[in-house]
Design a protein around this ligand. Sequence first.
Ligand SMILES: [Ca+2]
Length: 332
Amino acid sequence: MKKHFITLTAIFLSVAFITACGQKETVEAVKEVALTTENKTTVSINNGTTTVEANVSTYAIDGLSTPESVVVRNGAIYVANIGGNPGESAGKGFITEYKNNTTKQLFLGLLDDPKGFAFLDDDTIIVSDHPNVKIIKISTGTVLATVAIDTPGFMNDLVLLDNKTALVSDTGKGLVYKVSIPANKASLSYVTVAGITENGINGLAFDKNTKTLYFVTSTFGGDATRGHIFQATLNADYTTASALTKWNTDQLGAGGLDGLVLVNGKLVISDWGINGAKNAAHVYVFNADRSLALSVNGMISGVADITVDNGIVYLPEFTQNQLTSIDLKEYL
Ligand SMILES: [Ca+2]
């Protein structure tokens, strides 16, 4: 396979200056993080009949630690880091901001097990932080509101339905919670969505026009047969789901389905691959008619909750402590 390798040399500039009060300080003025670009993944089109290469980038972002979820906002990349084994990481979670080639770690000491998250505005995030859901504010680095979920199994993804409603999946219990957000963002409350009980629920996606909720199931809930796409229509206040429809596919990949994004009518899905195996992860793209459009495989490992921005798929490689992106503009 053709390999193309570019490394931008890291530049560290330190500026020493004398402050007004005469004290000497050293300030790190510019830090350019190395960016590596390498064609390392093949993309099989039409369910394996044709194979092409896609452009892959791995970002050398400082300090990623079991990265689970990623969001791109105003040109910046935000990554939720669990900071250890899920469920054993109280106080170890944080969010990485990668902006203008500079890495900043946000909310250190304030998060436990952050996974899915979404922006309520440019400065405010709502995050699934097992065993709580929290609203956090970037500019002040504070938690504005917390709601504890009643004995959750394994809280996972979060999707925003509108500016006052989020859904959170519970992979361990196979449930979905509806979280209500008041206009002042100072508190949170929740109810369990009636009509959804599917072991291993992980990634969530929502079509606002049709009120269709899509979700994928994973083996992480303890059932090795999981690994499918479901959809349901939600009622007007999002408290009840219609009868679930299970897509008629075989178990996808190794069944470790995690991220789910709806983009231009297509579903983009990540699969961890065989647990612990290197380079065994997949990304799948399904058409609106439920046919498989793309299967991405190659040198990607332990891919958790993905996002898509301008046709670029961003993949947190949980087991590798790195963020990779694949350019699928041509297909999305
Ligand atoms: Ca997830």
